[in-house]
Design a binder for this molecule. Structure first.
Ligand SMILES: *[C@@H]1O[C@H](CO)[C@@H](O)[C@H](O)[C@H]1NC(C)=O
Ligand SMILES: *[C@@H]1O[C@H](CO)[C@@H](O)[C@H](O)[C@H]1NC(C)=O
Ligand SMILES: *[C@@H]1O[C@H](CO)[C@@H](O)[C@H](O)[C@H]1NC(C)=O
Ligand SMILES: *[C@@H]1O[C@H](CO)[C@@H](O)[C@H](O)[C@H]1NC(C)=O
Length: 396
């Protein structure tokens, strides 16, 4: 999930049939008919098999093997072994009633040396994965640039920011914080240039778009992918002396974002220190994108929460993930309100994530999966309660 990577995504569509079962309070029937539900993953966090079939090394291979960088001293050499188990995993998605899969392609499998010759084994792997998805009538969405029919978009990590107070300084700082986060990427794609607040505050250190470049990027996407998890407060701070010397983006933005006000958290905390449950944030964010960017087509390409990997509780207890059910049902309710009541143009929702997986610097300490992965017993997958919740939600 959020690690600063920008995904370039292609969405290809096929038909999907549903079966019937019992009815939760909101269900896929509450959403527009063409709305797509799925789960999301990323190659490095899922695949493992880092030395197989000619894959080349990446910065993350090196980083994860550098002593002290990963909190639990783990690495992603095996991850959750989706490289070998994708058929099994696709079946898990199918059983839940999901109709799409968002995954990424490891470029190090395609171009093991970074450039130069294509590694055919890498192409073959993703070809097989895609064929396995098509065989189960899945939509799929993946990180690649392509000429294939389909829709081309980008996926951006966006925290929603609420001003910490109603002072003009904090309200303006909140706008700057959003400009420096979302606007940095989305303004060029929609308007052909960086946000004016960035140009003003970063000055000559910010590259400029030539007329031709601005024209090229403006309107170049078919959808905006949004990875959204949480909401923070934003407040003005234009006196980051050290930050300015280090060319730190927070210093440039003149805003500080934080999940606390007077010592109180903005919402109930998940496991990660940055992840608080603020379900109404997704509705505010969808409205912000609608109003500021002319209601582009949006796909929620990641949304979810983690539990700690607690070695002292049984698997049976770890499967009781009622907080995760609360998270997804309340975020989906707010997303639905943004569509039905506010007219936001949202067409898809991808839960992060199908499986517990390797969470970057947090290693295996953080469990974001709908399925529990037993790291002590051959990476066996067990459905958490949220799997049943999604099944009811999707197939009622
Ligand atoms: C990558 O570089 C190595 C060493 O130069 C070479 O042996 C190998 O053939 C290259 N692989 C590809 C796919 O270009
Ligand atoms: C800011 O003003 C709005 C509207 O009056 C109010 O609902 C909100 O609670 C205020 N926020 C803060 C942080 O005081
Ligand atoms: C602003 O940032 C500076 C430097 O990081 C810090 O010393 C100061 O306390 C901050 N001011 C506010 C109002 O948060
Ligand atoms: C900050 O940016 C300036 C201007 O581009 C550059 O000269 C300086 O080396 C940068 N400082 C650091 C610590 O990167």
């Amino acid at each position: 999930m959020r690690n600063g990577i920008i995904w370039v995504l292609v969405l290809v569509g096929f038909q999907f049939q549903m079966s019937t079962s019992q009815v939760p309070e909101i269900s896929r029937k509450s959403f527009p008919e063409d709305f797509v539900f799925g789960t999301a993953s990323s190659a490095f966090q899922y695949e493992g098999a880092v030395k197989e079939d000619g894959r080349g090394p990446t910065v993350w291979d090196k980083f994860s093997h550098s002593f002290g960088k990963i909190i639990d001293f783990s690495n992603a050499d095996f991850a959750v072994d989706q490289y070998h188990r994708y058929n099994e995993d696709i079946q898990l998605m199918k059983d839940m009633g999901m109709d799409a899969y968002r995954f990424s392609i490891a470029w190090s499998r395609i171009f093991p040396n970074g450039s130069g010759e294509i590694n055919q084994a890498g192409i073959d792997h993703y070809n097989n994965l895609i064929n396995a998805l098509l065989a189960k009538e899945f939509f799929f969405i993946y990180a690649i640039q392509s000429q294939q029919h389909g829709a081309l978009g980008i996926s951006l990590n966006v925290i929603w920011f609420e001003p910490i107070s109603n002072s003009t300084e904090d309200i303006e700082a909140t706008q700057r914080a959003q400009d420096f986060q979302l606007g940095w990427f989305l303004d060029p794609l929609i308007f052909g240039d960086y946000p004016s607040s960035m140009k003003k505050r970063v000055g000559s250190r910010l590259p400029t778009f030539s007329k031709a470049e601005g024209y090229l990027v403006k309107g170049s996407l078919d959808f905006v992918g949004i990875n959204h998890y949480t909401t923070f407060y934003a407040k003005s701070n234009t006196t980051h002396l050290i930050g300015f010397l280090l060319n730190d983006t927070n210093a440039d933005s003149g805003a500080v974002t934080l999940p606390f006000k007077s010592g109180h958290p903005i919402g109930e905390r998940a496991s990660s220190i940055w992840l608080y449950l603020v379900p109404e944030g997704i509705r505010s964010l969808m409205n912000y994108i609608k109003d500021k960017y002319g209601n582009p087509l949006v796909i929620i390409t990641e949304n979810g929460m983690d539990d700690p990997n607690n070695p002292f509780i049984s698997i049976k207890d770890a499967l009781q993930d009622t907080k995760r059910i609360k998270y997804h049902s309340s975020y989906l309710s707010n997303l639905l309100a943004s569509i039905k009541e506010d007219g936001c143009n949202v067409r898809g929702y991808f839960a992060w994530s199908l499986l517990d997986n390797w969470e970057w610097a947090a290693g295996y300490t953080s469990r974001f999966g709908l399925y529990f992965v037993d790291y002590k017993d051959n990476l066996k997958r067990y459905p958490k309660q949220s799997v049943q919740w999604f099944k009811n939600f999707l197939t009622s």
